[in-house]
Design a protein around this ligand. Structure first.
Ligand code: FE2
Ligand code: FE2
Length: 275
């Protein structure tokens, strides 16, 4: 499928789907904290297929694989193929950008690029630091963001920013140390502009929504295991896998909701001490 070329007109709402933290392995039968991550991703894609029509873009916000193998990226592409919608990818801490680059089908998947969608611009930021769990936006990424925001302001677009790592703090101490290290530098840029409407991420394997300076800041569950939001030691939560859909309205409003698998129970290993 070709990337959508959506004309700029003012009365259209765009439907996006966010898929995040699928943590796939080269060996599809691998069990990860009690779950088969390929199976749970396929369950999520079936749920998306049943709930969504006419998806304008799928936002794949990192940790697509656990082992960053070429095979695992091919499994990811195969799992999402029933949705037949263009995809925007960014790497997470478990991904390797050069490996992702090798599997891209340039007609339907783009990596770390911004796109125009009517009077919206979606900006995909790379916060991954190879070999590290925490996130950081380097100076070039920050400078590019500033340019994108100045440019989109001139063209009267609203902006949604996607990044893998959380830019707002989490309660769980073990997870907080793996956050985006320079959220202050990110906010110093976004605070200059009133057309930034949303910031969206994965990484923390839990749902949250907050409003900061008029910007909707959203975290989305993983398609596999969930992290307990409060416990200071690594703890797996008992919530099922999920995804998020978002509607971008022409007036700059973002309506969004998390959906989870409801009709299936998984053999999650709650005694696991890490991932
Ligand atoms: Fe993750
Ligand atoms: Fe992550």
């Amino acid at each position: 499928m070709k990337l959508a070329e959506v004309p700029k007109h003012n009365n259209q709402t765009f439907r996006l789907v966010q898929i995040t933290d699928s943590h796939l392995f080269a060996d599809r039968s691998t069990i990860f904290d009690g779950l088969n991550t390929f199976e749970t991703l396929k369950d999520i894609i079936a749920l998306v297929g049943a709930q969504q029509q006419n998806i304008d873009y799928i936002l794949c916000t990192g940790d697509l694989t656990q082992d960053s193998s070429i095979e695992a990226y091919h499994h990811f592409i195969e799992a999402l193929s029933p949705l037949d919608a263009p995809q925007l990818w960014i790497p997470g801490n478990h991904d390797i950008r050069s490996q992702m680059q090798q599997v891209l089908d340039q007609n339907s998947i783009q990596l770390s690029r911004s796109v125009e969608l009517g009077n919206w611009r979606i900006i995909m930021l790379n916060s991954s630091v190879e070999g590290r769990v925490y996130g950081l936006l380097d100076q070039k990424e920050l400078a590019d963001l500033d340019l994108e925001l100045a440019d989109s302001e001139r063209s009267n677009s609203h902006v949604l920013i996607c990044v893998h790592h959380n830019c707002l703090p989490v309660k769980a101490a073990w997870l907080q140390q793996h956050s985006l290290k320079n959220s202050d530098e990110l906010f110093a840029i976004t605070d200059k502009y009133s057309h930034v409407k949303g910031i969206l991420y994965g990484h923390i394997h839990q749902e949250s929504e907050a409003l900061r300076n008029g910007v909707k800041i959203m975290a989305t569950p993983s398609t596999c295991i969930q992290f307990h939001p409060d416990n200071d030691e690594f703890t797996i939560d008992n919530q099922n896998p999920g995804y998020r859909w978002l509607d971008l309205d022409p007036d700059g409003t973002i309506n969004a909701r998390v959906e989870r698998i409801e009709d299936k129970s998984y053999n999650i290993d709650f005694d696991s001490t890490g991932y």
